[in-house]
Design a protein around this ligand. Structure first.
Ligand code: NAI
Length: 705
């Protein structure tokens, strides 16, 4: 009796194995499914009537989404990992050795183990269904394909492209997959059954078969004679991207090198060994855990299930600066007509220029054509007054960070907008409840904090004021998801979540500079820890004005533990430095290069060198301590969401799983002991929070095992 598979065979001997997971919306190659498949394939191998086998899915938009990642995460020993992956490999190999032609019909996502199954078939047909995504993204989870995928893919498309696809965790649509040779044909979904019959007829004739196979990859001269070149280029690329922090890409390259002179079966076994090694690394466990959090967030509406998000047909953006232009671009990109309000004609031109710059970057990557961009730009209109905003379903305010300027604008908005329209503020530090005080309808007012630059940063903090309605929260969450962002609901406290943690980190680094440490060294150490850039480069990037102002808001909100370093004020106010945007901050910027700004360096005459550990502990543990307070106050729902916000909002190294996962890994007891030492040396800002102390007493971690 089969649970997840359905089997049928027509009178021509064409059999169909239909994947239809009994309890999930997606098909996964879990152990249970694989074992069922094994029995079925065994039966088919003895079926003399059989002429062709088709592998299909009954799920809309999904072929097979992959192996069961929960099963990978739960592997704890080498033996378990080897056994698991050998089992999958054996079952897929039994498909490959069937005596009749096998065809994977991919009309939806075929990822990881799902695509490995397709690779074990003789032929593959994809469709133009937009949900058709094909690839082997295991590296993004810290592992690599383990069911024979690396070896079969190299045979199918060659070494260079196989490594590119796997190392980049690329997911291609049907057309691109056909172009790369991953599938033999890509057909419109509507014609699938017709094309399928045509394809079966073709592979049953010698000529037809030859025609299909003639399109397959033939090893290039570079592959035959210059694989050393391919490896050295790929190694350099990977080193640049991952700085050696991620074991999976390195293992993939090592594996492909190793199997060069092996036969097919030895190569498969080498893949198995490499997979088992990676599956046990902490990096993989962390990346998988972040993957699950992102899945959880995708299904989290932020409010009760029965709350409906308001449909958004038209939008408005107020303010055309750094953030306004990014948000304007985002609306047009997701095909929502949007109207901009700025203060002068010149600003309209500047804002549209910034929007266009974002589009040109997409065009360069081949994601949109000029025609498609023009259609999107056509969705934007602009005004220097308040005409034409009454049709907007949502208005996002991104004007200067100033309470009275914002309140003045809201007063006008309440007279100009429909009274059902949502007003969202992109404030980075002001209290949403306080800003709502001036409004007649505060329930439609909500915080929607995008990060800079809007086109690249995936996080949106959604802030609920004390009067914000559930509907308003649900609407901005749905909007953020529609825009491809990850929204996380956070509490209405100074700095919300991310800035509340990030600013103390920056300020602590500035304290150390003031005490005599080289800021370049602090930057280098944190870069080496895995941050995308050190704190001084970060504040230069964000703008010293922005950073300083937010630091002041936090100082006001939290008092002495967030007191800013006096030298920060001197650099911003007295020296008037603004950071990268004006060419001078902690560093000076000329074209694409930068160097230490000696004028800033000269501010500190006494030099003092801290140990590496001291520098890392002061900057990182000050964040851990504040994070535990935020968690205790309920600023964010749980540790996993907090970690995701830090990864997405600050680039906290994903291979570490996030800030609190890092604290867990160090051990809460040791974190607290270290904080106590730091508090005697540097003051009360390091005193461990109540939550941390309780966790030590109760031997708890942020994450349950
Ligand atoms: P910006 O200085 O680039 O742009 C501000 C815009 O507001 C300009 O269009 C300006 O003409 C307009 N403006 C200035 N005074 C005004 C007034 N009295 N009335 C109406 N409009 C006025 O600022 P940016 O960086 O775009 O920031 C806008 C908002 O987004 C602020 O609330 C800021 O805190 C927030 N934010 C900024 C981030 C950043 O990294 N720059 C990140 C996330 C949020």
């Amino acid at each position: 009796m089969m649970k997840h598979l359905k089997y049928s065979q027509d009178k021509e001997g064409v059999a169909t194995i239909l994947f239809d997971h009994a309890t999930l919306d997606v098909n996964l190659l879990s152990e249970e499914v694989l074992l069922e498949l094994e029995v079925l394939i065994e039966k088919l191998s003895q079926n003399d009537e059989l002429k062709t086998v088709l592998f299909k899915s009954a799920k809309e938009g999904i072929f097979i989404a992959g192996a069961d990642i929960n099963e990978i995460k739960s592997l704890t020993t080498q033996e378990q990992a080897l056994a698991k992956v050998r089992q999958g490999r054996r079952i897929l190999s039994s498909i490959a050795t069937l005596k009749v032609p096998t065809i994977a019909i991919i009309d939806g996502a075929a990822l990881g183990g799902g695509f490995e199954l397709a690779l074990a078939c003789d032929y593959r047909i994809a469709t133009e269904n937009p949900k058709c995504k094909i690839g082997l993204p295991e590296v993004s989870l810290g592992v690599m394909p383990g069911f024979g995928g690396t070896v079969r893919l190299r045979e199918l498309i060659g070494l260079q492209k196989a490594m590119e696809l796997i190392l980049g965790s690329k997911q291609l649509n049907g057309k691109k997959a056909e172009h790369l040779g991953l599938v033999d044909a890509c057909v419109p979904s509507g014609y699938l059954s017709f094309k399928e019959a045509e394809f079966i007829a073709a592979i049953n004739s010698e000529k037809g078969r030859e025609k299909i196979l003639s399109k397959r990859h033939k090893p290039t001269l570079l592959e035959r004679l210059g694989s050393a070149l391919i490896f050295s280029f790929t190694e350099k690329e990977v080193a640049k991207k991952t700085k050696g922090k991620y074991p999976a890409p390195l293992e993939v390259i090592h594996h492909f090198k190793k199997i060069q002179d092996m036969n097919f079966y030895e190569a498969l076994e080498s893949e198995t060994q490499s997979f088992a090694k990676l599956a046990l690394t902490p990096e993989s466990k962390h990346l998988i855990s972040l993957f699950f959090t992102s899945e959880r967030l995708k299904h989290d509406s932020g409010v009760g299930k029965d709350v409906q998000a308001k449909p958004l047909h038209r939008a408005a953006v107020f303010g055309g600066g750094t953030m306004g232009s990014g948000i304007l671009w985002l609306f047009s990109k997701i095909d929502i007509p949007v109207r901009l309000k700025v203060r002068g004609e010149q600003q309209i031109a500047e804002t549209l220029q910034a929007v266009n710059k974002n589009y040109m970057a997409i065009k360069k990557r081949g994601r949109l054509s000029q025609r498609e961009i023009e259609l999107k730009l056509d969705l934007i209109s602009a005004d220097t007054g308040f005409r034409g905003f009454e049709m907007s379903d949502i208005a996002i305010e991104a004007i200067v960070e100033d309470v009275s300027a914002k309140e003045t604008l809201y007063k006008i908005l309440e007279t100009q907008l429909d009274k059902e329209a949502i007003i969202a503020t992109n404030t980075s530090s002001l209290s949403v409840s306080t800003l709502a005080r001036s409004l007649k309808y505060p329930e439609r007012f909500v915080g929607m904090h995008f990060f800079n630059p809007v086109n690249r940063m995936p996080l949106v903090e959604v802030i609920r004021g004390d009067k914000t309605s559930d509907g308003s929260v649900a609407t901005v969450i749905a909007l953020a998801k529609r825009a491809g962002k990850t929204p996380i609901v956070v509490g209405d406290c100074p700095g919300f979540l991310v800035n509340r943690l990030l600013i103390p980190y920056i300020v602590e680094a500035v304290h150390m500079f003031e005490e005599g440490e080289s800021f370049e060294r602090i930057d280098t150490l944190l870069l080496d820890f895995g941050m995308p850039m050190g704190p001084f480069r970060l504040v230069d990037e964000v703008g010293l004005d922005v950073g300083y102002k937010v630091a002041k808001v936090l100082e006001e909100g939290y008092g002495s533990r967030m007191k800013t370093a006096p030298i920060f004020e001197c650099i911003y106010s007295d020296m008037g430095l603004l950071g990268k945007k004006k060419g001078r901050g902690f560093y000076t910027y000329i074209k694409n290069s930068s160097e230490v700004n000696e004028a800033v360096n000269a501010l500190v005459t006494q030099k003092h060198s801290f140990s590496d550990d001291e520098i890392l502990d002061r900057t990182l543990l000050v964040m851990v301590n504040e994070a535990s307070r935020a968690l205790e106050e309920g600023v964010v729902d749980n540790a996993a969401y907090l970690d995701m916000a830090m990864v997405m909002g600050t680039g906290f190294p994903p291979f570490r799983g996030g800030l609190l996962a890092y604290a867990d890994e160090r051990g809460i007891e040791s974190v607290v002991a270290r904080l106590k030492v730091l508090s005697t040396l540097y003051g009360a800002r390091f005193e461990p929070s109540r939550l941390l102390m309780t966790m030590v007493q109760e031997k708890r971690k942020f994450y349950k095992e």
